[in-house]
Design a protein. Sequence first.
Length: 150
Amino acid sequence: METDEMTSRQQDFYQEMRTRIANYLDRNHFKYADLLLLAPDFFHLLIKLIADPRVNNGKKAKLLLAVTYFMSPVDLLPELLLGPLGYMDDIALSAYILNDFINNNDTEILYEHWAGSSDVLASIQNTLTLANQFLGEGLWKRLRNKVGHL
């Protein structure tokens, strides 16, 4: 897939995700709405970090895993069955992978590419803190194990 085609596909995915989540939240009360709203911002950040030449290939592989997981119709919480609520596992996996930048004191690059309205570090940390609650311990452990084997 050519870079322009891939970028266009990802941009379309980003806009579709943002619209689906906004429409869902207009119709439904959801306890973790603030986290659900992070889905398009995390997706955008993942794409920007993959394109950044300062990010090493090992991190890019994990970032690409998160992007692929976001775009896959088949995952632990499928969007096809659950609607926007299906993004909750994608959000948790993204935060887990993005936390590597925090652990390695590479936070400047996160701020540089962050398009969200909240603080990027607080958003990542808050997601990780609440992941066990909104996913359940078993599902959260399975997701972390997927990434841990890379």
